[in-house]
Design a protein around this ligand. Structure first.
Ligand SMILES: Cc1ncc(COP(=O)(O)O)c(C=O)c1O
Length: 340
């Protein structure tokens, strides 16, 4: 309604505000956060910018979310080979990872919480193995951020990507990538966005020069174009600030209470719980299946029609309650499930 009010200050303040909120969420420095529109953005940045040599190997996880697989595949044209760990239980154990590393493995990419099973990777142990073998460790935290404590300063992770539109309660088209400074400095990627070196005020000066960023790249060099994406990034920054004010620990406790309610109330004569139900491997994604899996799709449709939001993934029902849900929501879902 008032585009003339998009001042230079507003253009520059929004990315700063969002980076600060994300940095607080993952215990990082705002200077190491690249703003993105998806998880894929950061993974593509790495795939295209990593200093590959012919003969290098990338290790991926069979059955991982497509965003974790696709960005690397075109590198085969550059002589980089793609290999897969095929885990016994969705995500590799430390032993499975170690058994697949070779002297050519340069990078390992995995999801933290698996979208199709709810399984949680042991990021600490996987990271230590990567570090011991000099392998760059890339983690997709899309299903973990906002429902687990994340402290990159304590993790042997080199890059963490995430999206805003899941547990971080942001709009679609939001994401970020945190890069360890040494990794960021090593990228060789042709990206130069005019708003990362100039402001719209510079356009007012006669004969202002266009120049490549001076000095080594910073996270700003790699921010998604249209960085001050007001409609998306402003509500996302507000959402993260809100979550931080509530306290991530409090949110985790609340979410886990809802999950316990779901697990505890489910009629086990009818349903199997496929996800981990206890311990640190229990995530916010709870997969269940009717004992007759052919009935799952019908039950999913019934729940949707009754106003219960859930996902149907690879033939199974996926629940992912969060702070906007109540025990009444869970009880409503249970009533329908148990009567089905
Ligand atoms: C693990 C994981 N990564 C990424 C995404 C989204 O991918 P992108 O942000 O690349 O579209 C999802 C789900 O939408 C997901 O579950």
């Amino acid at each position: 309604m008032a585009p003339h009010e998009l001042t230079t200050e507003r253009f520059s303040q929004l990315p700063i505000r969002l980076k600060k909120a994300l940095a607080q969420l993952i215990h990082a420095s705002p200077a190491d956060i690249v703003l993105a529109n998806s998880a894929s953005y950061g993974l593509h940045l790495l795939a295209n910018g990593f200093p590959w040599r012919s003969g290098d190997e990338i290790l991926l996880v069979q059955g991982d979310f497509p965003s974790d697989i696709l960005p690397w595949l075109a590198l085969e044209k550059r002589g980089v080979s793609i290999r897969y760990v095929n885990p016994a239980d969705y995500l590799p154990s430390p032993e499975e990872l170690e058994a697949h590393l070779t002297s050519s493995t340069r990078l390992f990419c995995t999801t933290w919480v698996h979208s199709f099973s709810g399984k949680t990777a042991d990021i600490k142990a996987l990271g230590e193995i990567c570090r011991a073998h000099g392998v760059t460790f890339v983690v997709n935290g899309a299903q973990a951020l906002g429902n687990r404590m994340v402290d990159v300063s304590q993790m042997a992770v080199d890059a963490l990507v995430g999206v805003g539109f899941k547990y971080l309660c942001g709009p679609y088209g939001t994401g970020f990538c945190w890069l360890r400074p040494q990794l960021l400095a090593s990228l060789e990627y042709n990206q130069a966005y005019w708003l990362s070196t100039q402001t719209s005020d510079d356009l007012g000066r006669a004969g202002a020069d266009v120049f490549l960023p001076l000095g080594p790249p910073t996270s700003q060099t790699y921010d998604v174009f249209g960085t001050a994406n007001f409609f998306n990034f402003k509500p996302w920054a507000a959402a993260i600030e809100y979550l931080l004010r509530q306290g991530i620990e409090e949110i985790i406790a609340y979410d886990q209470k809802l999950i316990s309610c779901l697990i505890g109330g489910l009629d086990r004569k009818k349903y199997k719980i496929l996800s981990q139900t206890e311990g640190s491997e229990r995530s916010n994604l709870i997969f269940i299946s009717h004992h007759d899996p052919a009935r799952n799709e019908g039950i999913y449709n019934l729940l949707r029609k009754s106003g219960i939001g859930l996902a149907y993934r690879r033939g199974k029902l996926r629940f992912s309650p969060h702070l906007y849900n109540t025990t009444d929501d869970i009880n409503k879902a249970l009533t329908i499930l148990n009567a089905a």
